[in-house]
Design a protein around this ligand. Structure first.
Ligand code: GSH
Length: 219
């Protein structure tokens, strides 16, 4: 088998999407942790346009953008499929993956207070409601009975969201208002591959606090 390498960053939800997909497929790979303030020459060479992680390198060839990487993984290692077999169902899965890509539910993290934040919280709640009612429905996973690419794409909810809520001091994912989505978070985190590959909560909280203060400039 050709060598597989992944350039990532421990706190990145994009890196985690790729890690979870590779592990669910049972693909062996070498992980290279990047210091995003001092990126390796290899990363800049592999992703000269965006200069971002994650980058998957398969047989020396780089693939960038987490969504593209997930599709590549699914096509290259078809065992343990993460997309439905039926073309229509596959199209629906891709719709939800795309729905999550604009990350509207996360905007509340990027505002300090005031009207903009109030609007971002309102929008996040609307997005979460749509995810629960129209995306998840009565299923255990977005993929139906088993974890799939939609679950992996929304996976940042399962760890990052709760920490973001804590840093900002708001609670949006409440069992009383979003019971099925909250149950999904628990189901997702109980999948062995996910459970074993989540970042440390305390470390992530510290990182998010630093990011909000120093990078976003919110005190
Ligand atoms: N759309 C990209 C986003 C990747 C991304 O934003 N990566 C961040 C880390 S979470 C990064 O590499 N940041 C470094 C930089 O912007 O210089 C994807 O889905 O892969």
């Amino acid at each position: 088998m050709e060598e597989v390498k992944l350039h990532g960053f421990w706190a990145s939800p994009f890196s985690h999407k790729v890690i979870w997909a590779l592990k669910l497929k049972g693909v062996k790979y070498e992980y290279i942790e990047e210091d995003l303030s001092n990126k390796t020459q290899l990363l800049l060479q592999y992703n000269p346009i965006h200069k971002k992680i994650p980058v998957l390198v398969h047989g020396g060839k780089p693939i960038v953008e987490s969504g593209v990487i997930l599709e590549y993984i699914e096509e290259t290692w078809p065992e343990n499929p993460l997309l439905p077999e039926d073309a229509y169902e596959r199209a629906m899965a891709r719709f939800w993956i795309q729905f999550g890509e604009d990350r509207k539910a996360l905007k509340f993290f990027t505002y300090g207070s005031g009207k903009k934040q109030e609007e971002a919280i309102k929008e996040a709640l609307e997005v979460l409601k749509i995810m629960e009612e129209k995306g998840l429905g009565d299923n255990k996973f977005f993929g139906g009975g088993a974890i799939g690419l939609v679950d992996i794409s929304f996976g940042w909810f399962a760890y990052g969201f709760e920490c973001m809520e804590e840093v900002v001091g708001v609670k949006l994912l409440e069992p009383s208002t979003l019971p099925r989505l909250c149950a999904w978070v628990q189901n997702f985190k109980q999948v062995t591959v996910i459970k074993e590959n989540l970042p440390n909560r305390e470390k992530l909280l510290t990182h998010l606090k630093w990011f909000r203060e120093k990078v976003l400039g919110i005190c």
